[in-house]
Each structure stands twice: as structure tokens, then as C-alpha cells.
Design a protein around this ligand. Sequence first.
Ligand code: URA
Length: 239
Amino acid sequence: MQEGGSGLSWQEARSLEELERFLKGCLRCGLGRGRTNLVFGTGDPFARVMFVGEGPGFYEDKQGEPFVGQAGQFLDQLLASIGLRREQVYIANCVKCRPPGNRDPLPEELEACTPFLFKQVELIAPRIICTLGNFATRTLLQTTAGITALHGRRFRRGDRVFVPLFHPAAALHKPPLKSILIEDFQLLRGYLEEDLGGGGGEAEASSSGCGGQEPLFSESGVEAGEEAAPGEARQLGLF
Ligand code: URA
């Protein structure tokens, strides 16, 4: 995919704006034909913390912004509970166009779109990436372990720390998950404070909670295995 005029490829984009420009007419997978708007991502291009969901839903597709429906309002409340506004973080999704009927993205759609997510991560260079729900967690951490085992914990990959969290939409449908998510945001607040303090936190060895999956890190907390590519990485009124 090349942008008209510049002769550069999307891999060479030097800013989020440049990358977004490349993607505007993207038809790499079937989702492009059904979209109203591409939902690239929003927030601080130099955010310390990034949130990654699954894919745009109905309202996101209409408005071209991630997390603007009920789940998004809940995410705003969760951010507010730790003193953050969405302008201070970066929010994106695994796929940038709405899967019909809000189904999960298909493997070929993910394969087409996640390189752009990894490029976003490279450009933003966040210290902490929160994966929202099973889908983003499995995609970014490349694990088959579920969010129930991983939520609220830290996993180091290269110089980034990943924190899997329940998806706000799932939490809105299941009250017990809602309280866990609210608590996990307080953990996230602590991780951010630790990171600001320069400690960087202790990313966990993950073998204990991954249900027999390959450890994501060695016991020393140093990443095990191959080097990750960049980034490889209504009910409102709750408080
Ligand atoms: N759910 C997601 O995963 N992403 C959005 O942008 C909205 C809802």
C-alpha cells in the first residue's frame, strides 16, 4: 500500500497522522468494503499508556472513533477513577473496521490489520499497553490463555509492559466482572505510579496463571523466547 504522491510505504510512516493517511482507503480485507469510517485510534500520540480493544462496533463505525458507545462511556469512567482522561491515553483496536454484526474479527482480517496496530505501538511507544478482553490479549500477547487467568497482572515484552483487563463491554453485561475491572484499574494506577517513579515495575513470570501455556517470560522476569516485534506485541453511574 503506497500513499499517492509521497512514494513512501505505510511501514515508513513517521507519525500517526501519516500512518492514518495510508489507511484511509484500505481494502486489505473484506471489512473495508462494509465500513462507514475507518476507526484508526484516538488520544495522545505520545501516551504512556495505551488501551487496545477488539474492533469498532456500530457507533464507532458511524463516528470513526474507538469506544464511543456504552463500553466507551464505561471506559471513560474507569479512566476517571484513576485520574485520567481519554485525551491523555491512546485508544485503538485490533482491527480498524467494523466486523459485521460485531462478530470477532476473522484470522485473515487480523492478519491484514494487526501490522498497523504494531506500527501504531512503535510510533506511540507507550510504557504500558492494556489489552481489553480475550481477543486483544490473545492477539498481542500471543497466548491462548484466557483473560480470566491473566487480568490485572503485568507481562513484560521487550521494553513494554502489558496489562490484560476485562473488556468494558463484558463487564457491563456481567456485574461480577465489573467490580474486578474497577479493582484492576486501581492496580493499573499503581503500575503507572511505579513506572513514573522509574522502577518500571516487576513484570511477572507468567507460568503460574497461563493454564499450562508457554510462559511469556522466564522466571527472572526477562522475556523468554524470541524477541517480539514492536508492540508484540448500561448501566452507567457505577461509582
Ligand atoms: N469494543 C471494542 O473492542 N472497541 C471499540 O472501539 C468499541 C467497542
